[in-house]
Design a protein around this ligand. Structure first.
Ligand code: GLA
Ligand code: ZN
Length: 674
């Protein structure tokens, strides 16, 4: 077990007293206490106040905020405030703001929008963080450094162009190697020198977020931009480390956010934290997958829920209230998937600007007599009672799902075969096949240890880079079950096709050769026909993409039903060493994946929880040889479920449960063997 970072479960959230008159501060603390809040994330957007002009710093107010919280023994999450630029800086040093994809230079306004390669941004951010770390680095109540906030977006300014040329030169050495990597002889785009390299926005070779004239270039720009922002993070962290060697540092991530290679980021973070904002209709399994991905970033280490709303969103199209009990159930879902903290955005709802309709622990009414407050307080009391029982508990999964930001970028930049293909949607379908049986999943990456899994699913494994193909072969050879799909094994790390037939380096393990790829328009379908007993029907529909493939030794599990490729293989299985490698050549209806993957899981003896009503979830964590099973009803209706947990004790109530249990609307039970 990795060493837990906190002694207790942090319960609190973003707190911005500097945006309120002093009279309210004591009242805040009085109310928070009633909700068992033990932690506050402060100083997230205070740069303008901390440094009102270029040569002037003011920390007295922050001193007071910190002392006020410390007096009541709060665990403080101290942010560095570099996520929003002060007006004076934008006015005097315009290089701190970005040039966007359309080529427009931005001025003062908004947030999360500094240029990562701006010399002045780096200078001022370093100075601010230096002063913060010097002043508060040894403060005993500061339990976490929160660097900047929700890093994201891209910049295409001249400073970034310059830095990109250096990045490219470091990576490739010569301009010939760059031409080769990006295939620049196409359209006569041959670069003669590094000076010819232009950031690929709309004014250059960029087309949009999901199309690029030279994907190799655009992918490298994404890598560079992710690295540039990560350098900003590292710069701040390293300054903090001059004064504070111990306190962990993080920044809040955003699930499957496309812009940053979070696997790379996580290596530099002491703990992963993320902001979970599902909308009223976000599938439960999508939230679960995001949590699993966040846990996967540091290979299973507990993560933090840095933000969720206690009640309502403001930035979604339809900001439904969280129904009574829903916030609690969502919080336990988060813990069940590996979180050690529950934090809200925010503790007091702002009175003006864009987030005045965003839920908070203290609403505009200003007191604690609200439904939202009562629910927050009840959860706070429960978590306090749980103490450190679950802190650091681990998830044991035998299924790995491969996720990779390079592949995400490359797949979505492709021009053809269809505009409908979205990376996360495809991953989700395979995740759902596991979720359907409530089987635990780890989200894994290129460097993960494959050997700890029995089953690895790698949908749309478009980019096969490094030693991935060999790792997969080894995994299957030694008895693993591997599943991949259409649009896999197609390109190398630079987005150039692995020549010689698809799926390139995966052809050997899969035993198939894909000759052509058909795209189906919305509404068009083909059929998958099968005689295999593992399916409950002999015909299913499929859509979007159909690979036209030949078996090169693989067993044909299903064939297409119509069109000129009727009778060609649609799903294959190749026995390879002691294991098997499956290829799904199309987007089948979900039932096909549920049955196919369900069967693989059964074969491997990987058990989940079958036959739960929709909206009921079971997930577990283990600590010191003890397993904790979270049984969660995410629906507004009461449910009756049958589980294997006979005579288990519910940690939250002390009651003993039988196989068959009643779940109230949004009910949660945490069960342990008595
Ligand atoms: C993000 C930010 C917060 C706040 C919330 C609102 O997660 O980090 O500052 O704006 O969104 O949902
Ligand atoms: Zn820039």
């Amino acid at each position: 077990m990795s060493k837990p970072l906190f002694d207790r479960m942090l319960y609190g959230g973003d707190y911005n007293p500097e945006q309120w008159p002093r009279e309210i501060w004591d009242e805040d603390l009085r109310i928070f206490k009633k909700a068992h809040i033990n932690s506050a994330t402060i100083n997230v957007f205070s740069w303008a106040k901390l440094q009102p002009s270029e040569h002037e710093y003011q920390f007295e107010e922050l001193d007071e905020i910190i002392e006020g919280l410390a007096k009541d023994n709060y665990d403080i999450v101290l942010a560095t405030s570099t996520a929003a630029l002060p007006a004076w800086m934008c006015r005097k040093y315009p290089d701190v703001t970005r040039v966007d994809f359309e080529g427009r230079k931005h001025g003062f306004g908004h947030r999360h929008n500094h240029c990562p390669n701006s010399p002045n941004f780096k200078r001022f951010a370093s100075q601010l963080v230096y002063k913060l770390a010097e002043r508060y680095g040894d403060h005993p109540n500061i339990k976490l450094w929160h660097i900047s906030n929700e890093y994201g977006g891209e910049c295409y300014c001249d400073d970034c162009a310059k830095a990109f040329r250096v990045w490219v030169k470091d990576k490739y050495g010569t301009i010939e190697a760059v031409n080769e990597a990006w295939n620049m002889h196409f359209w006569g785009h041959t670069l003669y020198s590094f000076e010819d390299i232009i950031p690929p926005n709309y004014l250059g070779d960029g087309i949009s977020d999901t199309a690029a004239a030279f994907a190799g270039l655009s992918i490298d720009y994404r890598r560079f931009n992710s690295d540039s922002l990560l350098d900003n993070y590292k710069m701040e962290r390293d300054i903090i480390r001059q004064f504070d060697k111990e306190t962990p540092a993080t920044t809040n991530l955003m699930g499957t956010y496309k812009g940053l290679d979070y696997f790379k980021w996580a290596k530099e973070m002491d703990v992963v934290s993320w902001d979970n904002y599902p909308s009223y209709n976000t599938p439960l399994s999508n939230v679960a997958m995001n949590h699993d991905l966040m846990r996967g970033l540091k290979d299973g280490q507990s993560f933090m829920l840095m933000e969720q709303t206690p009640s309502q969103q403001n930035w979604q199209p339809y900001n439904a209230l969280k129904r009574p009990g829903k916030m609690r159930a969502q919080s336990y879902q988060t813990i069940a998937h590996g979180a050690d903290t529950i934090q809200f955005f925010q503790l007091r709802r702002s009175k003006g600007a864009v987030e005045k309709f965003h839920g908070a622990v203290i609403e505009h009414a200003g007191h604690e007599n609200t439904r939202v407050f009562r629910e927050t307080a009840e959860l706070g009391a429960e978590l306090e009672k749980l103490g450190d029982t679950l802190i650091g508990a681990e998830t044991k999964a035998k299924v790995g799902i491969y996720f990779d930001w390079d592949t995400y970028w490359a797949l979505e930049y492709t021009s053809g075969p269809t505009v409908d293909l979205r990376y996360v949607d495809q991953i989700q379908q395979y995740y759902d096949a596991c979720y359907n049986k409530q089987v635990a999943v780890d989200m894994i990456h290129t460097a993960s240890d494959f050997e700890q899994y029995d089953v690895i699913l790698a949908p749309v494994l478009y980019m096969v880079k490094e030693d991935l193909a060999e790792k997969i072969e080894q995994f299957v050879e030694q008895g693993g079950s591997f599943v991949t799909t259409f649009m896999s094994g197609i390109v190398d790390k630079s987005d150039n096709v692995h020549l010689g037939g698809y799926p390139g380096p995966l052809r050997n393990v899969l035993g198939v050769w894909v000759e052509e790829i058909d795209a189906l328009a919305p509404g068009q379908t083909n059929q998958i026909r099968t005689e295999q007993a593992l399916f409950t029907q002999s015909e299913f529909s499929c859509r979007m993409v159909c690979d036209l493939m030949h078996s090169e030794g693989a067993e044909v599990i299903a064939e297409y039903g119509s069109d000129f490729y009727a009778g060609m293989p649609a799903i294959t299985k190749n026995v390879f060493g002691k294991g098997e490698a499956w290829y799904v050549g199309t987007v089948p209806e979900q039932m096909v994946l549920n049955e196919l993957i369900g069967n693989l899981l059964d074969q491997k003896g990987i058990q989940g929880y079958d036959n739960l009503p929709e909206g009921v979830e079971i997930a577990s964590r283990e600590k010191e040889g003890k397993a904790y099973y979270f049984v969660m009803n995410h629906t507004e209706e009461a449910q009756i479920v049958t589980t294997p947990f006979e005579n288990f004790r519910n940690l939250l109530t002390g009651e003993t449960e039988n196989h068959q249990m009643n779940l109230k609307p949004f009910d949660v039970k945490i069960l342990v063997e008595a």
